[in-house]
Structures are given as C-alpha cells and as structure tokens.
Design a protein around this ligand. Structure first.
Ligand code: ADE
Length: 224
C-alpha cells in the first residue's frame, strides 16, 4: 500500500510512523507513507494556503489551488483508489471502514485545517470523507494518523500471529474477551481456571461467552 498525506503540518504527523507497528510495516516494505507540505504547492511569495471565507464569518479556509496542484501532480504519477478527506462531518470511522480501506492500493489523505477546505476540493477530488468522532480537532493530522494506524495494522504481514487482527475487539461486532498473562496468582487475584486448563474447545467457548457478556454490558448497541 502507498499512502500520500497532504497537510500544512507534516511535522505533526511524522512521529506516529516512526515507532512500533507502523515503523515495522514500513521497514518490511508493506507500506510506503509520503508527506506533502501544502505550502510547497503555492505560487506567491507568502506561501499562502488559506484565505477568508466568501460571505464573511470567522475562520480561514484552505484554498482550492494548492490542493488541486498537489493532487493533480500525484495523480499524474500513479492511479489512486481513493482521495480521503479527514473532517468532523465525514462518516465516523469504524472497524468496517478500516477493513475496507485496507484493501486499497494507493491512497491520498487530505488533512483539513481551520474551517476546513474550499467546498470545490470536496466536490472535485474527494471520494470519501472520514471523521474519527463527534468532536473537533484543530486539524485533520491526528485523525489521519488514527486512520492510518487502523488500516496499516490490517495489511497482511504487518502483525504476527500473536497480535492477529482477527481477534480484535469490533472485528465481529463484539468486544474482545478479558485477557491475562503471568503470574497466574497476583496478590491473591487468580486467573480464571479455564484458561489454565489446556482444554482449548472449553477455552474458546469461555472466550465467546465473555465477549458476549462484556459487549452486552458495555456496548449493548453493538448487539442490536
Ligand atoms: N478534523 C477536525 N476534527 C476532525 C475529526 N473529528 N475527525 C476527522 N478529521 C477532523
């Protein structure tokens, strides 16, 4: 997979890709991530990327021209499956959306800022709009990092067997069951016997029951 991220703040985005699973995915050659600073696609001396909104009102709007230039240049180099715009009024990110996006080959992710982007960017280029929740961030960068993490960890070969994404919470609309590791007794609090029994069908059944119980208690909406 190749991901091109368009942003006015590349420095805010880089560090999540320099640690742990995302770093390993890059090192293994399973994903390439490129950052494009929108200011480099401006023409004037001031490297202006935003302007006041027509009709008045508080807040600056990212201009269509630099974004057009950047996207057009990228598209001249290869085909893209999606141009994703991170915005609080997009579709809320779910495991299902992450699964879907993880099947794509080349992605452009556009991070909004201030009041967002000129509507013509959305009309002309964007194929999908994603929000990471009903709250407003100062820009789309952290949201883009969240989307990338949720997608990259699903790429074949990124996770090893012990961290397989198939047993994650939400993967089958259930929360994951409780997990334990050594010691089996900590300050008198014991690991459930069944997990130490070696009886794998029984363990599997216990996990299913626990997942259902936990989901019913904490997220009954997932069972509806
Ligand atoms: N940009 C600002 N807030 C956002 C959110 N909640 N999700 C995605 N992008 C955003």
């Amino acid at each position: 997979m190749r991901i091109d991220i368009i942003t006015v703040l590349p420095e805010l985005l880089k560090s999540p890709f320099e640690a742990s699973i995302l770093k390993r995915a890059k090192e293994k050659g399973l994903v390439e991530v490129y950052f494009h600073n929108l200011r480099e696609y401006t023409t004037g001396n001031y490297k202006q990327v935003d302007d006041y909104q027509f009709g008045g009102g508080a807040g600056m709007v990212l201009m269509v021209e630099p974004i057009d230039k950047c996207i057009t240049q990228l598209k001249a180099e290869r085909d893209y499956d999606e141009v994703i715009y991170m915005t609080p009024d997009g579709n809320t990110l779910t495991q299902g959306i992450a699964n879907e996006v993880s099947l794509k080959k080349n992605l452009i992710i556009l991070c909004g800022h201030y009041k967002g982007v000129d509507q013509r960017v959305r009309d002309m280029f964007v194929t999908r709009e994603i929000s990471i929740g009903d709250y407003v961030l100062s820009g789309g960068e952290l949201a883009a990092a969240v989307l990338c993490d949720s997608v990259i960890r699903l790429l074949p070969g990124v996770l090893n067997d012990e961290t397989s994404a198939l047993t994650d919470t939400f993967q089958d609309n259930l929360l994951a069951p409780p997990v334990y590791t050594r010691p089996s007794n900590y300050k008198g609090v014991e690991v459930p016997d069944v997990l130490l029994s070696g009886d794998f069908p029984k363990i599997e059944k216990w996990r299913e029951e626990q997942a259902l119980e936990r989901t019913a208690k904490k997220r009954p909406d997932l069972l509806e």
